[in-house]
Write a protein that binds this ligand. Structure first.
Ligand code: SAH
Ligand code: MG
Length: 191
């Protein structure tokens, strides 16, 4: 699939790929900060991984997806975009798989209730001056809403996101900055 076809496919089948403003912010951040090696948690169909690689021919991405059907589509998309030598796809639960390497950027974009666990597990793979970016902090406006979310699941999810925000605030090793763009991204760097 082309970028456009992936966007259409995602909207048709409700796959939560990064939205326009968010991906524009992310790709600009990667360019401006000369980021070359990226670890992504949450591949979906490979859209953001491919967009990140398209910035420059010396960028590589390792990306993890637990849903086999999405992973298979991502494999096809990486192939048809000729990026097999720059995108490494891993099928499995990010909390279980073994990943090695050192990365300039870790992009957390998977199960929103588990961000603390992803951060804790993967931050040792971040280079000293690297960045961790977490997507969907705003969660469609629900995280910071005064009104409780409409369903029990969503209430639990927004509580978990708020726990993550509190945890980041108290984190002594990293300092984090919220950017209200797309669905809300958090930028964390070592102090
Ligand atoms: N980054 C993608 C979108 C990812 S959507 C893009 O912008 O194009 C989030 C994905 O994370 C979903 O496909 C979901 O299956 C996956 N996911 C959720 N929890 C996960 C986990 N623990 N390990 C691996 N993948 C996970
Ligand atoms: Mg996202």
């Amino acid at each position: 699939m082309s970028i456009k076809e992936m966007e259409d496919y995602a909207s048709k089948y409700d796959i939560p790929i990064m939205e326009k403003e968010g991906i524009e912010f992310l790709t600009k951040y990667i360019k401006d900060n000369n980021i070359k090696s990226i670890l992504e948690i949450g591949t979906a169909i490979g859209y953001s991984a491919i967009r990140m690689c398209n910035i420059s021919s010396d960028i590589t991405v390792t990306t993890i997806e637990r849903d086999e059907e999405r992973y298979n589509i991502a494999v096809e998309n990486v192939k048809s975009n000729n990026l097999e030598d720059r995108i490494t796809l891993i099928l499995g639960d990010a909390l279980e798989v073994d990943v090695t390497g050192k990365y300039d950027l870790i992009f957390i974009d998977a199960a929103k209730a588990q961000s603390i666990k992803f951060f804790t597990k993967y931050s040792p793979l971040l280079k000293e001056d690297g960045t961790i970016i977490t997507d969907n902090i705003n969660f469609h406006g629900l995280t910071f809403s005064k009104d409780p979310a409409p369903t029990r699941n969503l209430r639990q999810l927004t509580r978990k996101i708020n726990d993550y925000l509190k945890w980041l605030e108290d984190n002594k090793e990293f300092t984090s900055k919220y950017v209200n763009i797309g669905d809300g991204v958090m930028i964390s760097k070592r102090v």
